[in-house]
Structure formats: C-alpha cells, structure tokens
Design a protein around this ligand. Sequence first.
Ligand code: MG
Ligand code: MG
Length: 263
Amino acid sequence: MLELKTPTEIEAMRVTGAFIADLLDDLTLQAKPGVNLLDLEHRARRLIDDRGAQSCYWDYSPSFGRGPFRNVICLSVNDAVLHGLPHDYVLRDSDLLTMDIAVSINGWVADSARSIIVGTPRPEDERLIEATERALVAGIAAARAGNRLGDISAAIGAVAADYGYPVNTEFGGHGLGRTMHEDPHVSNTGRAGRGLKLKPGLTLALEPWLARTTDKIVYDEDGWTIRSADGSRTAHSEHTIAITDGEPLVLTRQTVSTESVPV
Ligand code: MG
Ligand code: MG
C-alpha cells in the first residue's frame, strides 16, 4: 500500500533524517586506514542508543538474508556494495567504503547511504562515487508532483549511462515512512513518463548504486553482503526525500550539501 504523509509526518521524518546525516558525518571522520569495521558498527550503536533511536537493520529478516541482521549499519568495502555485514576487517589505505543506515525515531524512519574513500583516493573510485552522487541529485530533481516514477528512474539511469556504467535493476530505491521499505520500488533506470504519478506527501529513499564494469551481483556466504560479480569496485548514494507541491525536500541532509554537485 502506498501511504502519503502529512507535512507533520514529513517533519518527523526530517528529524530522523538529520540524525542520520550527523551519524554518517561522524562515521566519515572516523573511517581511516587502521580502523576496524566493528569499531564503526559499535560507535553507530552507541550513538543510536544515546539518541533513543531504533535501528531498522537490527533483526531485519528479508527473504534473501541468512538469519536476522544483527548490526545497525551496512558497511560494504570495495567490490561489496549492499548489505555489507560489519565484520573483523581493518580498513586499508584507498579502500572504498559504503555506509548505509536506517533508523526510526518516534516511529518515523529515514534511510541514507554514502560512499567514501579511506585515505588516498584513486581517480577511478572518485569518478564512480561522483556518478552515484550526480545520479542521486538528478533523481531528486525529477521527484516533483505531476512527474511519474519513471522520470526519477530515467534521470538516475541517464547519469549512469553518461558515465558509461551499467545499471543493476534488482535493488533500487523504495517508499518508506513508518517502516524501512514501503511501496513503491524505484528502479535505478527506466523510461520517462511511465509509472506511478508522483503526489505531494510521497516519501522515497532514492539510492543509485553502481559497479564499475558489471550490472551482475553475487552474494557472500553470509547471505547478506552483495558484491559486484566481476570484483570491480562499487559506490552507493542514498537520500530520503519528500515530494511536495514545489521543490522536493531532502530529509537526510548532510552537512556538505549534495546541491553543490551540478546535475
Ligand atoms: Mg539505505
Ligand atoms: Mg534504502
């Protein structure tokens, strides 16, 4: 079912989103060569507990996972892109780290992800991250009342195509609000002018993710961590947004605004 949110409910989601933005900023500063992924997981747990928030990932049990997810954040390194299980791994110089987190505060959820480079950047990684960030900005710009869902998907897919990266369509964005995953599914590529008509009050997590040289994925034996099938590096950018009568609202606003990235 598709639920439109009232302005008051969207404000509640913005409170959650601001907390997530701060949390990701904090973890971005922590993620340096020599830091263990488990340290980042434990720091996120403490900050979530201190805020009185609830993790949406803890005990998350979708059809594809192997048992409930007993962590609060997805940490995916290099060729891992989605649902990376925090584990005993020490970050190395030039690792590409994706952090994805969803929490609920007072019953309202927000969901955001970002990819960062740990230590010394590699130009091809910077370009890949830039592509997901620009695809996200383009998707947000298309998220206007009167447009259709396909306009968002097409805008995201067009940026990926401009950069020459293939797009996987098994995992994409989604509605959210009282729970982490609600209707509709938002594909990361599609045809403009098709699909659901966008209305004020619709809240979506838009989340372009890309692997450099493949649209195929493989799962680790843990049943969670999703990697590029060919081992190429990956990146992922996600914001929670609300469609309004005018400009879309970005509810998981970061300190460094993605608006500085040209569409
Ligand atoms: Mg997410
Ligand atoms: Mg999401």
